[in-house]
Design a protein around this ligand. Sequence first.
Ligand code: PMP
Length: 568
Amino acid sequence: MQAANSQVGIGRYNEARPIYTSDIFRSEGSDGPEWRTVHLGLDVFVEAGTPVLAPLDGVVHSFRNNSSHLDYGPTIILQHTVAEQQLTFFTLYGHLSTGVARPGQLATWLSLSPDPNLVICIPAACFPSDGRSVEQLRRARVEHIGRSLSISYQHPLKIVRGWMQYLYDENGRAYLDAVNNVSHVGHSHPRVVKAGQEQMAVLNTNTRYLHDYLVEYAERLCATLPDPLSVCFFVCSGSEANELALRLARAHTQRKDIIVVDAAYHGNTTTLVEISPYKFDGPGGTAAPTYVHKVPMPDVYRGRYRRNDPQAGKRYADYVEETIRQREQQQSQVGTFICESLLGCGGQIVLPDGYLKEAYRHVRDVGGICIADEVQVGFGRVGTHFWGFETQDVVPDIVTMGKPIGNGHPLAAVVTTPEIADSFNNGMEYFNTFGGNPVSCAIGMAVLDVIADEQLQANALGVGNHLMAGLRNLMQEHSLIGDVRGLGLFVGIELVLDRETLAPAPAQASYIANRMRERGILLSTDGPFHNVLKIKPPMVFTEANADFLVEMLDGILAEDFAFSGHGP
Ligand code: PMP
């Protein structure tokens, strides 16, 4: 109020308030837990000691000095009678446990407890609009937003606020975000927000001027990487990063042939769809172009070589060599191998030991170069290391970064060797209007600061291991869980109908994701059979969050599924 130079502060009627999402406001609704988040009164905040007057004449109906943990101070109820109309009504003053309602019972409470502003008469223009309902948004979206964009969950969510590992809907209900690896250090992290706001107020321009932040950020990013990865290009999305990486690779090798891992997704541009089996083999896809060569996923759960084979990594890498030999027979030479450091869309797959080492060796033997796509897993998520590729004991020629790098700000990067950067410097300028602007760099540096200061990499390791232990415990009770795998806070739960045949359980995966959403936990499904539950939360996820997730999943797995003969 002081900052706004205001003598009166107003708290609105029928307003959802995140403050009421702690467990003391929780109760069991018919459709899962609900919180009494919606404020039924109208607050008028004034300086302490200001006399309080009733806005209408009345008779004291009750007076109580509340002492329960939900109520503070005295509560007075006045009775008012309008004789001519034989109308009696009550006004209540105080901070009562009944001052907030569950969204599921809201219509009833609002009808019993009309808007106090009928009496106080604060002009409507003082209040922000409530926005549109879920149904209204859905209809408008179909009309004006590209229709190839899907919406998560059977009952779509309208999310209006984020804080750390939580998202809040329009009713103030909190959802534990177990899937957004973009909000790496937490939704709306104040240090990241402040860095962006402050720099936006000073300067935002392109990289053709000298600026401290551009070089400082490049130095700091390169310091996280092994030699000789020391030259940065800043862009605005993971797709732009991979697109540029392909151009660098082609410029350096003068070759177009590329090896990609089955089920991989590398981005949304024309070329990246051409090299992403997830897209070109999926609905609407038109198969691989002749220059793109797929190798099987090194999936030690479902693939040809399994976890019990200590040579699995090498054997899967042999497919890379085989592809190289096949191309040679066609008088062609493979130029590039691109691989995520853990497979995301492929189903949260951890690469077997030695896979990248052997695959890189084969590719480099013929003068090819290796791209590590770290868009999903970089920046400490795997816990033991800052970069996913480090868990494979390799140094890529090009690393692409996106999603977590800007905590939601559209920032991405490509880092490569001086040699490859020189090959690309062939006279044609590479200019990116937004990439590397001072606001993006300020945000990128704030993200690095927070990861270090809050020790989020160590947190990912500890909480990730705790989570996976809890999930593996569930396997004893629930045969639907075929596999729990991951590194740090990048975890997958693969669901199968039969642990021998590994018959996938996509319908169950979708059911569980939707039920988890109803219980207040957000995760998603993926993998070539859509039967893997993906967990990749903001890195501030706690052990208590992990326990809550495991507890809710346990309950849902015990539910009587509506699938014939395939209860968990
Ligand atoms: N690479 C990988 C591994 C990804 O998962 C994605 C996005 N899901 C991309 C690249 C593309 O990133 P963006 O959506 O920021 O263009």
